[in-house]
Design a binder for this molecule. Structure first.
Ligand SMILES: C[S@@+](CC[C@H](N)C(=O)[O-])C[C@H]1O[C@@H](n2cnc3c(N)ncnc32)[C@H](O)[C@@H]1O
Ligand SMILES: [Zn+2]
Length: 268
């Protein structure tokens, strides 16, 4: 697959046209003609480095962390699994089953980071498409290099913001968002965007930091967020936030004391 239209990227300028690959090799809106650069294979919808960064987001753009992210030094580190109560492989298996992907499906891996999930999904949907969207340019560059090396032509990486997803209503059969809901400036806005781009009965999966119920835990988390940019949610909060966004059948696939893996479905 070498085109761009099948990935369904809506032009952020006019919000009408789909982006196509131009003869010059950049991305161009089929309606208003606005152009967007494609750098090392990554479609850049945001100019680099304009937005304020939290400490956590600065880490997500720090090359040494990106180099080790997928390895046993970080995401597959036994200590990481101790904190979350689940290994990466177990988490992937739970999510894959809950999403019930089929060949030909369209999936958005939101806040895809180095593409650790996106590459697997791309193999599962096979003739379908996977878009990995993230804010971090170094993460996306790494993700694109890996995908190219593995010959995954149905996987595209986009630099964009979870707060305003560049896709039309109901474009995706499934959305996955692991390790990131707790980093977004507004989880409510992100969930509303996720629900918007999902088709009716489309599936959603997420992994997110958990906090205890109650006011004291909420205050502790608010202090942590102010310093680091990392939030955490209680079970009740997740249930309420998802339902509010129109994501129903909320099912907790894993309930660690610090980490939740959860799936839901957009109302039909
Ligand atoms: C901990 S990584 C998770 C990567 C991958 N999903 C995983 O499960 O390993 C969090 C990612 O969220 C991205 N991110 C944070 N805020 C974002 C936003 N507003 N829009 C898009 N991506 C964002 C970061 O750049 C980072 O790559
Ligand atoms: Zn346009």
């Amino acid at each position: 697959m070498s085109g761009l239209v099948e990935f369904g990227i809506r032009c952020p300028s006019c919000r009408q046209g789909l982006l196509e690959r131009s003869e010059q090799g950049d991305a161009r809106c089929g309606a208003c003609g606005a152009g967007y650069s494609i750098e090392s294979g990554v479609v850049c919808l945001l100019a680099p480095g304009r937005e304020p960064r939290t400490l956590a987001q600065a880490a997500m753009e720090w090359p040494p962390l990106i180099r080790i992210y997928e390895s046993r030094l970080w995401r597959r580190n036994p200590l990481f699994a101790m904190v979350t109560g689940i290994s990466f492989e177990q988490e992937y298996a739970l999510i894959n089953e809950a999403l019930g992907l089929r060949e030909g499906d369209r999936l958005l891996d939101l806040a895809c980071g180095p593409g650790i999930y996106a590459r697997r999904f791309a193999r599962v949907v096979s003739q379908g498409v996977v878009v990995g969207l993230d804010l971090s340019v170094p993460m996306l560059r790494y993700a694109q290099q890996k995908a190219t090396a593995q010959g995954l032509r149905n996987l595209l990486f986009v630099r964009g913001d979870a707060m305003a997803l560049p896709f039309g209503e109901g474009y995706f059969d499934a959305v996955n968002c692991c390790g990131a809901l707790h980093l977004f400036p507004s989880v409510t806005q992100a969930l509303s965007e996720i629900a918007r781009v999902l088709r009716p009965k489309g599936r959603f999966s997420a992994a997110v930091f958990r906090r205890s119920e109650g006011e004291r835990a909420a205050q502790g988390t608010a202090r942590q967020r102010a310093v680091s940019g990392v939030d955490a949610y209680s079970l009740t909060q997740i249930g309420a936030l998802f339902e509010e966004a129109g994501l129903c059948d909320v099912t907790f696939l894993h309930k660690g004391s610090r980490w939740l893996v959860v799936s839901a479905q957009k109302a039909g």
